[in-house]
Each structure stands twice: as structure tokens, then as C-alpha cells.
Ligand binder design. Structure first.
Ligand SMILES: Cc1cc2nc3c(=O)[nH]c(=O)nc-3n(C[C@H](O)[C@H](O)[C@H](O)COP(=O)(O)OP(=O)(O)OC[C@H]3O[C@@H](n4cnc5c(N)ncnc54)[C@H](O)[C@@H]3O)c2cc1C
Length: 378
């Protein structure tokens, strides 16, 4: 017995596909509507903490994720300078429990491919080029969903996993929107020098944070976090030049990153955002999860992990209860809101300390504390 029989999901990102996998495995009819024409084969890397890996295992995707990613232990803090000295090595916290590595890096397109394959194998229908444009949630026990401006029929539930600028959130009448935290990030996907074996962050120097994370035997992504500014639309050459200039203060593995940038590695730019829907995430038979409900700077790399946990907890409740009632929503919010709020607040605080130039802040302590919090089951 499940609380729902037919569910529509907006968005084929990590949160939407995780929800699709769990529901389809439980025998629920699932339609995932994704506005993009196909999954992107391009993209940077992502850092996945143990609590995200624990959810992949629950989805049945852990073996594939483990094979496609690069597991590692610990986080080093380095200082600027030609030798890039290591100034701290943070203690390792296995936030997913003892059965999983503390952290893993992987190319984003690989993660998207694996989750899509598992959703389809479980029986979910994933429709690309299908934008959710409307919903009618007037009935108590159903929601009518509109895709590309036409009715796609009635569902027991619509899950809005449609990201930062969620249409479903707006259609539900929730007027909270992501706002800039004042930081922008340059990212590039490059080759991994042999001496990069885990994530390393550099505080100090011309940018707020510089760093990199290995994503495979031959690959890693590197990033520079600067003051948010209008960099959108700069040419590929200009983007690479900015990363080259801003990274010159950092030695060590940055020499190899610069060589790749000079050889044509692509650099892309985006701003950090923050928002949290502190009230209910549902309105009748529509609910938001993932970046639709919360976003934060990736200063502790927990955004996708939180979206995965949202999907895991929601689908656990939907498949173990026999009714979508207020108790289900209260339990969902009780388990998800405090945890997402802790992550958003800590992530924003870590960024703000850099913006304020606060060199005495206990950066390592805050990162360690959140990892310990995340080690508790979602
Ligand atoms: C620079 C940067 C670095 C980050 N690094 C990390 C990291 O290392 N680790 C980590 O855990 N998190 C990281 N994050 C956060 C992480 O990327 C996000 O939290 C996560 O991808 C959100 O997943 P989602 O499924 O909620 O949304 P998304 O991945 O945004 O997916 C939403 C999907 O919905 C689709 N869509 C949008 N509107 C509609 C519509 N109307 N109808 C149908 N489909 C629609 C979109 O096309 C998209 O495919 C980072 C974020 C940023 C900005």
C-alpha cells in the first residue's frame, strides 16, 4: 500500500530523479517532465559527501556511482604562495556512516546519466522537452498538471524538483526567491595532477576561495570564488584569461590547472545564491524539494546532498503510509526543514566570513560540526 499511485515530477535533476527511482521501485506510476531537450553531456564536477552516497545506496545506484567517481579522505586547507603550503588538514567525518567514503568527486554528466538510467530501469517515464507550465490543485485529492501549456492529466501528487528558479514554487504561490550572496564562482574541468588526492581549499590571496576536487583518475574540477560581478556573457578566451590571472597567486597544483587553461580548458561562471522556504513546502497535492525549496553557496558541498535527502525522506513517507494527510506533511517538514536550514545557514556563514575578511573565524570547526550533524540519519 502506498499513499500515491500516480505522481508527476518537474525536473530531471538529482532530486527529481532520486524521487522518481524510489517511487517507481515501489510500483507508483511516475512521469518526470524535464524542460531541457536532453541531459547535458557537458558540465563540471560535483563533490558528494557521505550522506549523499548513503542515499545513492538506498536508491540502488551506489555500485554505479562508486565506479564512476573518485573517493577520497579529508580536506586540506592551503595558503597562497609559490609552494602553496598546507596549513590544516581537517579531520575526516564519514557523514554517511562507516560503510561509505567520507567524500567523492565525480563529473556531473556521469551522475546525471546514472540516475536517469536507474529511473528508467525502475519504470519511470522521463519526458524531455516537457516544461511544466501550470497546475490546478483545487481538488483535495488530486492535482492537474499542465505541460507545454496543455493538460497532461490528473496526478495524486506533483513534486516540484525544478531547481533554483522553480516554476512549481511560483505556481504554488510561494514567493521566496534565491538571492545573491555576493560571491561569484569560476569553474573549470581539467586534468588531475598526481599530487591531488583530495579536495583542497585556499583561503587568502586575490580571491575569496580557490580550490579543486578530484573527480576521476584523470580529471578534477577547479574553482575560484570572487566578488559577484557582471561576468555573464564574457567570451571563452576572456573567461580563461580571468581564471589564469586570478589564480597566479597560487602555486602547487595550480601550475597544472593553468597549463590546461592555456591549452583551452573551458571556464564557466555563476553566482552563489541563498534561499530557504521556512514554511510548508507543500500546498495541497503539490510539493517542492531540492533547490526549489532551498539553496546555498557550495562552501560545504551539501546542496545536492540535501536535495537527495529531501527526495529520500518524501518518498519513504509516500511509500510507507497509506494516505497523503497532514501528519505526512508534518513528518516530512519535521525531518527536512531543520536539517536544510542548518546547511543553508552554515554555508552562507562560511561565505560571509570570507566577504568580511574575518581571518579569526573557526572555518574548520563549522565545516566539521555540520559534517557531524549530517552523519545523523536524515
Ligand atoms: C557553483 C555551484 C557548485 C555546486 N557544487 C556542489 C557540490 O560540490 N556538491 C553539492 O552537493 N552541491 C553542489 N551544488 C549544489 C547542487 O548543484 C544543487 O543543489 C543541485 O544540483 C540541485 O538539484 P535539483 O535536482 O534540486 O535541481 P537542478 O539540478 O537544478 O534540476 C532541476 C531541473 O528542472 C528542470 N526544470 C526547470 N524548470 C522546469 C519546468 N518548469 N518544467 C520541467 N523541468 C524544469 C531543469 O532543466 C533542471 O534539469 C553547487 C551549486 C553551484 C551553483
Amino acid at each position: 500500500m502506498t499513499a500515491v499511485k500516480k505522481v508527476a515530477i518537474a525536473g530531471a535533476g538529482v532530486a527529481g530523479l532520486a524521487a522518481a527511482i524510489q517511487l517507481a521501485k515501489a510500483g507508483v506510476e511516475v512521469d518526470v517532465f524535464e524542460s531541457k531537450p536532453e541531459l547535458s553531456a557537458l558540465g563540471s564536477g560535483i563533490t558528494l559527501q557521505g550522506n549523499a552516497l548513503r542515499v545513492f545506496d538506498a536508491l540502488g545506484a551506489w555500485d554505479d556511482i562508486r565506479e564512476a567517481g573518485y573517493a577520497f579522505v579529508g580536506l586540506n586547507l592551503r595558503a597562497p604562495g609559490p609552494d602553496a603550503p598546507i596549513v590544516a588538514q581537517l579531520p575526516d567525518v564519514k557523514s554517511g556512516g562507516p560503510d561509505y567514503p567520507s567524500t567523492m568527486g565525480m563529473p556531473r554528466p556521469e551522475l546525471a546519466r546514472i540516475l536517469l538510467e536507474h529511473a528508467q530501469k525502475a519504470g519511470a517515464e522521463v519526458r524531455f522537452g516537457s516544461q511544466i507550465t501550470g497546475l490546478d490543485a483545487r481538488a483535495d485529492d488530486a492535482v492537474e498538471v499542465f505541460v507545454n501549456d496543455e493538460s497532461a492529466g490528473e496526478y495524486d501528487l506533483l513534486i516540484g524538483a525544478d531547481g533554483l528558479n522553480s516554476t512549481v514554487r511560483e505556481l504554488m504561490g510561494i514567493d521566496i526567491k534565491p538571492e545573491s550572496t555576493g560571491m561569484g564562482i569560476w569553474r573549470t574541468f581539467v586534468s588531475r595532477p598526481d599530487d591531488v588526492k583530495n579536495s583542497e581549499l585556499y583561503y587568502g590571496g586575490p580571491v575569496y576561495i580557490a580550490g579543486y576536487t578530484p573527480t576521476g583518475e584523470d580529471s578534477m574540477y577547479a574553482f575560484l570564488v570572487e566578488k559577484a560581478q557582471d561576468r555573464f556573457g564574457v567570451s571563452d578566451e576572456e573567461a580563461a584569461r580571468i581564471m589564469l590571472d586570478e589564480s597566479r597567486a597560487y602555486g602547487g597544483p595550480w601550475n597544472s590547472i593553468r597549463a590546461d587553461l592555456e591549452a583551452g580548458a573551458h571556464a564557466n561562471y555563476t553566482w552563489f545564491t541563498k534561499h530557504l522556504v521556512e514554511g510548508a513546502w507543500n500546498r495541497g497535492r503539490a510539493v517542492i524539494i531540492g533547490d526549489a525549496a532551498h539553496s546555498c553557496p557550495p562552501t560545504i558541498a551539501q546542496g545536492a546532498a540535501q536535495g537527495l535527502e529531501d527526495a529520500f525522506v518524501l518518498t519513504e513517507l509516500l511509500t510507507q503510509r497509506d494516505a497523503v494527510d497532514q501528519q505526512l506533511w508534518d513528518d516530512f517538514h519535521g525531518r527536512r526543514l531543520p536539517r536544510a536550514k542548518a546547511v543553508v545557514e552554515a554555508s552562507v556563514q562560511l561565505g560571509q566570513w570570507q566577504i568580511d575578511g574575518n581571518r579569526d573565524a573557526d572555518t574548520g570547526g563549522l565545516i566539521y560540526g555540520i559534517a557531524q550533524h549530517m552523519a545523523q540519519p536524515a
